[in-house]
Design a protein around this ligand. Structure first.
Ligand code: NAI
Ligand code: AKG
Length: 448
């Protein structure tokens, strides 16, 4: 049996109840075939097996008291996946769907993504099944403090630096940082990123994932002779990432016609711009998790229980909410609708494997999330650098660095795809380019 197949089989058997993790591993390993077949050092040193096994995972109890005085118990996780090229780095997801499989798929993906940024950061991810929806500020603070009361043992500016993700923004990071500081003493603000500006956050971090995704899209458009101005985009989600994408697309003259939530999607034919983009921040901050609020406010169409894929006429689809939000039926609808041939993934692993296959067969170009959304973690790493140097860069300085990073990512993954005979396959290009750097470091560092 070929090396790649052996490892996929072993990972699938060992983690048979972790579907998302198996999905992420299978996608990455499948595209590494030509690379590992051309160099037997990877098999001899069990590089793939080691990359698929996190260096460690901690799972812990998170007890907190709600406003009614009742004790609640959640489960917390941190997967420290791979530190070959730097300290573990990756967000904290607070969502009821969080379990070990979700955290492991995200930590695995993060390793390759962080490598693509060109910065010295390893891969990690954490989270909890805590649901921020409908919680008071006091409840969120008490949860975050309890979460950090356990997590603090495992993190630090040179070991592991968590940040935000779904359900975890600068407010939650602020509460976690306050408790971290209280427990460990000193002012080690490089232990968390995505912090508020007054206590060591980087200007531009809030916008970085969305803006970075649009800078990546600009590079991609240039390579295929398209212009952003005048192009129509269908987005999902209305959170931090979706907001950043919408803001930057508007600035560059493109039009955003949809956003969504767990309750359904809205279609705004006039475009989501100006105060409507600002309203997305309000919607996320309300913790209602309802997209229908936008329809009520601006009098546009709301489609309950549906997703925009193939239901909205757009030139580009850009999922910005969560994993596996585009399934096979969605892909078929997108193909049948016929306007778009471009899927730019921004959420982590938003497309199911069978949907990717169907879209590729129909000639869709797919830009993979681990490259497209890498601007967020890249600016987090810039935040760590600023904290270490005890200085702050201007928004312009950060933005300029972000643009360069996104341009390099596009060029590197495009060249990697070409080098291995898969011209235009950006999924393979991203997996290969991300893998090579981590694998070389692991080979140099010996077996551990
Ligand atoms: N925040 C960041 O810097 C980065 C985020 N990402 C990824 O981008 C995506 C969005 O993250 P954020 O905007 O930060 O989170 P957020 O919490 O600000 O917003 C999440 C959005 O997705 C929607 N959503 C979440 N779960 C859903 C579900 N099961 N069904 C339908 N809608 C759902 C929510 O309603 C909300 O609109 C996630 O996949 C995250 O992992 C990736 C890189 C960095
Ligand atoms: O900013 C970070 O450290 C992590 C961001 C993140 O969780 C991601 O890239 O998915």
């Amino acid at each position: 049996m070929a090396y790649v197949d052996e490892v996929i089989k072993e990972v699938s058997e060992k983690n048979s109840n972790e579907q998302e993790f198996i999905q992420a591993v299978t996608e990455v390993l499948e595209s590494l075939r030509p690379v590992v077949e051309a160099d037997d050092r990877y098999e001899k040193n069990a590089i793939l097996e080691r990359m698929c096994e996190p260096e460690r995972i901690v799972s812990f109890r998170v007890p907190w008291v709600d406003d009614a005085g009742k004790v609640q118990v959640n489960r917390g996780f941190r997967a420290q996946f791979n530190s070959a090229i730097g300290p573990y780095k990756g967000g904290i997801r607070l969502h009821p769907s969080v379990n070990q499989s979700i955290i492991k798929f995200l930590g695995f993906e993060q390793t390759f993504k962080n490598s693509l940024t060109g910065l010295p950061i390893g891969g990690g991810k954490g989270g909890s099944d805590f649901n921020p929806k409908g919680k008071s500020d006091g409840e969120i603070m008490r949860f975050c403090q309890s979460f950090m009361t356990e997590l603090y043992r495992y993190i630090g500016p040179d070991t592991d630096c968590p940040a935000g993700d779904i359900g975890c923004g600068s407010k939650e990071i602020g509460y976690m940082f306050g408790m971290y500081k209280r427990i460990v003493g000193g002012y080690k603000n490089g232990a968390l990123s995505g912090k508020g500006i007054p206590y060591g956050g980087s200007l531009g971090r809030n916008e970085a994932t969305g803006y970075g995704a649009v800078y990546f899209t600009e590079e991609l458009f240039e390579s295929i002779g398209k212009k952003l101005a005048g192009t129509t985009f269908a987005l999902s989600g209305f959170g931090n990432v979706s907001w950043g994408v919408a803001k930057k697309l508007n600035e560059l003259g493109a039009k955003v016609v949809s956003i969504s939530g767990p309750d359904g999607y809205i279609y705004d034919k006039d475009g989501i711009s100006g105060e409507k983009v600002d309203y997305m921040v309000e919607m996320r901050g309300s913790l209602r998790d309802r997209c229908e609020d936008y329809a009520d406010r601006f009098g546009v169409e709301f489609h309950a229980g549906e997703k925009p894929w193939g239901r909205v006429k757009a030139d580009v689809y850009m999922p910005c909410a969560t994993q596996n939000e585009i399934g096979l039926e969605d892909a078929k609808r997108m193909i049948e609708e016929g306007t778009s041939k471009l899927l730019i993934e921004v959420a982590n692993m938003p497309t199911k494997a069978e949907a990717v296959e169907e879209l590729q067969k129909a000639g869709f170009m797919i830009a993979p999330s681990k490259a497209v959304n890498a601007g967020g973690v890249a600016v987090s790493a810039l935040e760590m650098s600023q904290n270490a140097m005890k200085l702050s860069w201007t928004e312009e300085e950060v933005d300029e660095k972000l643009k360069k990073i996104m341009k390099n990512i596009f060029n590197n993954i495009d060249s990697a795809a070409k080098k291995y005979g898969m011209d235009g396959n950006l999924i393979a290009g991203a997996n290969i380019a991300g893998f090579l750097k981590v694998a070389e470091a692991m080979l140099d560092e010996g077996i551990f």
